[in-house]
Design a protein around this ligand. Sequence first.
Ligand code: ADP
Length: 190
Amino acid sequence: MINLILFGPPGSGKGTQAAKLVEKYDLLHISTGDLFRYEMGNDTELGKQAKEFIAKGELVPDSVTIGMLKNKVNANSDVAGYIFDGFPRTIPQAEALDVFLSEKNESVSALIALDVDDEEIVQRILNRGKTSGRPDDNDESIIRNRIEVYKSETSPVFDYYAQSNKSVKINGLGSIEDIFERLCDKIDQL
Ligand code: ADP
């Protein structure tokens, strides 16, 4: 099984690339952001819980996020592997994922980080906000808060998987096709 973590700051292109990767590698794309938006759209209890954090550009608590992720994986076990997009976003989430996969005799294959600088990210997200309908994409101070949260809480996850030589970084600037090729090069080495 391939268990790939697609990593990088908000707006770095994870969702765009994941959509292309699933076609090529027959993997299931699991985006915790998409799962939260689905729950919010259906106004479920989980959606209501998540909404207050997402609106401020903060992380949804680990307990909520980890439970939701496990449910999604367990409901879709008949696949060649997973692309985790937007998860894990904290060290406790990474530790929980490792335990969860090891219980299935599986492990994280690699973490691939898309490297994009802050100003490019802000511009990309503001641009996406024009059509995404996401309130968290339409306010520069919320976007900057998401970037700060990424630096303080999420970027340590890169170092966490680097300890087992699983983390790699690729240039996240350029055309969608160019970045896709860089990603495929890394995946084909696994
Ligand atoms: P982006 O990568 O553009 O920030 P996402 O769709 O991945 O967007 O996430 C949107 C929001 O959902 C995040 O800002 C955060 O509030 C919440 N979220 C998504 N994934 C997680 C996670 N793994 N842990 C906590 N909160 C999360």
